[in-house]
Design a protein around this ligand. Structure first.
Ligand SMILES: [Fe+2]
Ligand SMILES: [Fe+2]
Length: 222
């Protein structure tokens, strides 16, 4: 197979990738998981890309993070359990066929395979950016359950987030700013769900020689 530069546009327009993402979102939706659709994939791609550019990494590394970001939840089509590792193997197969070089594929599949807080951690720059963008995607629109009385803690925590924003500030600070309605979810609930993810974000920021800050309702928590 001849090697070529696979762009984000190539990946974004790839029907096979889009099909697995759509079906994966549908299947895990039947199990009650929050939204993992094209909206999540595109947001994660964009934020991972912007973080690396803001931290002055080269454009191609940032583009690989964008590609990994778009594809990262592809493994949900097989099973939610171990979706990171399954997704990495699927991405390997697809990217080989698209002609990406083994050097670049290594970075993308390591990022996808290490994005889940149960089994992964930041292992390269692409992976650190993917973790920071994926774990900070908390928002009301990710809750699919329309019946408040049937909300689980994940639904409650996501629903309570009225506003969220990731920015890269002076001094390589990667900041997640949240506005949470504490009538819906207490900060205790929030931390029960997000503590592991926030620790993962802190390690990822360290990996990029930066720092992770979490601001909730104007108060710096981390
Ligand atoms: Fe995931
Ligand atoms: Fe995700």
């Amino acid at each position: 197979m001849e090697e070529k530069t696979v762009t984000f546009q190539d990946v974004l327009q790839n029907e096979e990738i889009r099909m697995y993402l759509e079906k994966g979102d549908k299947y895990i939706g039947t199990m009650g998981f929050t939204e993992h659709s094209m909206v999540h994939s595109q947001r994660v791609a964009k934020v991972a890309y912007e973080i690396l550019l803001a931290l002055k990494y080269d454009a191609r590394t940032a583009e690989l993070a964008r590609i990994a970001g778009f594809m990262h939840d592809i493994g949900n089509v097989v099973n939610r359990i171990d979706h990171a590792q399954t997704g990495a193997l699927m991405a390997y197969n697809i990217l080989v066929r698209m002609g990406m070089s083994p050097r670049e594929i290594s970075k993308v599949i390591a990022a996808i395979g290490n994005h889940d807080e149960g089994t992964g951690t930041a292992v390269n720059q692409v992976s650190a950016a993917l973790i920071l963008s994926d774990k900070t995607d908390v928002r009301r629109s990710r809750v699919r359950n329309k019946d408040f009385s049937k909300f689980d803690i994940h639904d409650r925590v996501n629903y309570a987030v009225e506003h969220s924003k990731v920015s890269v500030l002076e001094g390589r600070v990667i900041q997640l700013e949240l506005k949470i309605d504490t009538e819906i979810c207490s900060l205790i609930d929030y931390f029960e769900i997000f503590l592991n993810r926030m620790i993962m974000c802190r390690r990822a920021a360290d990996f990029l020689n930066g720092r992770f800050h979490l601001l909730i309702n104007g108060t710096k928590m981390v």
